[in-house]
Design a protein around this ligand. Structure first.
Ligand code: C5P
Length: 226
């Protein structure tokens, strides 16, 4: 049985929003471990939807079909091992999830209102005791506007492209830094200019610019705020 809404609303939430490559993923995972709270990687839900769309060949201009795909996602997160594994329709897709083309498709379909509506409730269901750390673009503005602490983590596009470049290289993907930089700028533009839930800091968010800061320094700043 689900807890009543009033009880759920009392479960504390910390939101960390910002563009890709700002260090959100690392910071939020560490913070959730540090506090012993649940963790929501909302980008993974958009990426899983993107994978389902590509697998099923859903036309990207068919809003209704895209919304249906997002609403009927058959997914789970397997936490039994050391790292969380993402499972789509019974298949481990963790490695496909982080691919650059998956990110680009995720950003395209994330601009579709029916997709965002379909994923809204699914995201809110992650709010469970003792607390939730939520990572995304609209966690503080749309999904959890009553969050206790809202952080907006950003960094220059150059630094974010370099971080992504290193990450993808380590995974053995062949990448080009200039192309990555261009894609990051294009993704920022799409995320910031879409009509629903555009990427922007909540009015009550604390903004942290991680350009020139180490993960350790950012984490310490966040913990001091907590
Ligand atoms: O954070 P990540 O790079 O995994 O997100 C992939 C894409 O999903 C983003 O570029 C963004 O367009 C979309 N997204 C979103 N809202 C969120 C999380 C991700 O629109 N809360």
């Amino acid at each position: 049985m689900n807890a009543p809404e009033s009880v759920v609303a009392e479960v504390p939430v910390i939101t960390v929003d910002g563009p890709g490559g700002s260090g959100k993923g690392t910071i939020t995972t560490r913070l959730a471990n540090y506090l012993g709270w649940h963790f929501l990687d909302s980008g993974a839900l958009y990426r899983l939807t993107a994978l389902a769309v590509m697998k099923k060949h859903v036309p990207v201009d068919d809003e209704e079909a895209l919304g249906e795909t997002a609403g009927n996602l058959d997914i789970c997160f397997d936490t039994s091992g050391d790292a969380v594994r993402a499972v789509l329709e019974g298949k481990d897709v963790t490695d496909d999830l982080r691919r650059e083309d998956t990110g680009v498709m995720a950003s395209r379909i994330a601009a579709i209102p029916a997709v965002r509506t379909a994923l809204k409730e699914r995201q809110r269901r992650f709010r469970q005791a003792p607390g939730l750390v939520a990572d995304g673009r609209d966690m503080g503005t749309v999904i959890f506007p009553d969050a206790r602490l809202k952080i907006f983590l950003t960094a220059s596009a150059e630094v974010r492209a370099e971080r992504r470049y290193k990450q993808l290289k380590e995974k053995g993907e062949s990448v080009n830094l200039t192309r990555l930089f261009r894609e990051i700028k294009a993704r920022d533009k799409r995320d910031e200019s879409r009509s629903v839930a555009p990427l922007r800091p909540a009015e009550d968010a604390v903004i942290i610019d991680s350009t020139g800061l180490s993960i350790e320094e950012v984490f310490n700043k966040v913990v001091s705020l907590v």
